[in-house]
Design a protein around this ligand. Structure first.
Ligand code: C2E
Ligand code: CA
Ligand code: CA
Ligand code: CA
Length: 279
């Protein structure tokens, strides 16, 4: 890039490689998508294994691009994270989840909880507690209906601060799940101090059940570790009856996965509250 012109920086195409151009274009599109309201949340049911009932949902971000159609978060979250755009996008996610909770409450579906994903950058940069509490207040939703999912990597940047932030969320009544457990850099020493309500078994381990002995053993270890520390366990990415019966047999508390339902549009979610996982 060369400095010049009234706009500060002027870019000369030959100096930029194709990848950089592509990234710049995607960044611009993401900014536009946020302004034009092209993001939406889809909701994947979380099912309790105690009674087979849906007790909540994970909110998962999608971009409805007028040209490309529905774009998966895997295609834009990493860049949003890198550029910092995840901060305003994440604010939109929290606000939308609370708006949806308010709508479901108004429709007499007041028992359901919604979990939002919080990215590492968002966790480090923003005043998460204020953000969540403002959204809860704006939509008049009780804190216990909003959950957050954080990853180990978000926590391990600055574990002491992470512990303080999570403790403040929990004091405010917001439940916390540790996402993708076992896939990042974990330290059991910190892990025992993280104020968590729930641990999610990553789908990469669930995928190996029951054929991979190692994956099955890891899932068992996570269940027993979580329970010994008084945390709930949710397995994600459950696709088969075999996985379900293994998890059920070994005391996993809840599941999420295509076996029960893919993430669905908000309008379709309420009908899942009436469905039950067969015993
Ligand atoms: P994640 O938080 O680990 O979410 C679980 C992913 O697994 C979701 O992918 C979900 O659709 C998918 N999934 C659920 N059940 C199954 C199954 O049975 N089989 C398989 N193969 N996949 C299943 P999705 O929606 O594409 O999201 C991918 C990732 O993008 C999420 O992983 C999360 O890290 C990130 N993400 C999604 N929404 C948000 C958001 O609002 N904010 C942030 N910061 N990240 C988000
Ligand atoms: Ca998640
Ligand atoms: Ca996950
Ligand atoms: Ca994952």
């Amino acid at each position: 890039a060369k400095q010049g012109g009234r706009n500060g920086f002027r870019f000369y195409a030959p100096e930029m490689n194709a990848r950089a151009m592509e990234r710049l274009a995607l960044e611009g599109s993401l900014r536009g998508a946020l302004e034009r309201g092209e993001f939406e949340l889809h909701y994947q049911p979380k099912v309790s294994l105690a009674d087979g009932m849906v007790f909540g949902a994970e909110a998962l971000l999608r971009w409805r691009d007028p040209q490309a159609g529905l774009v998966s978060p895997a295609n834009f979250i990493p860049l949003a994270e890198e550029t910092g755009l995840i901060v305003p996008i994440g604010e939109w996610v929290i606000d939308s989840a609370c708006r949806q909770l308010a709508a479901w409450r108004a429709a007499d579906l007041s028992g359901v909880s919604v979990a939002v994903n919080v990215s590492p950058r968002q966790f480090q940069q923003s005043d998460l507690l204020a953000l969540l509490q403002n959204a809860l207040r704006r939509w008049n939703v009780p804190a216990h209906q909003l959950h957050v999912e954080v990853t180990e990597s978000a926590m391990m940047e600055d574990p002491e601060r992470a512990i303080a932030v999570l403790a403040s969320l929990r004091d405010a009544g917001i439940q916390i799940a540790l996402d993708d457990f076992g896939t990042g850099y974990s330290s059991l020493n910190y892990f025992k101090r993280f104020p968590l309500d729930c641990i999610k078994i990553d789908q990469s381990f669930v995928a190996g059940i029951p054929t991979s002995r190692e994956d099955a053993e890891i899932a068992l270890m996570i269940i027993s570790l979580a329970h010994s520390l008084g945390r709930q366990v949710v397995a994600e990415g459950v696709e088969t009856e075999e996985q379900l019966s293994f998890l059920r047999q070994h005391g996993c508390d809840a599941i999420q996965g295509y076996l029960f339902s893919r993430p669905v549009m908000a309008a379709d979610f309420p009908e899942y509250l009436a469905r039950r996982l067969k015993p």
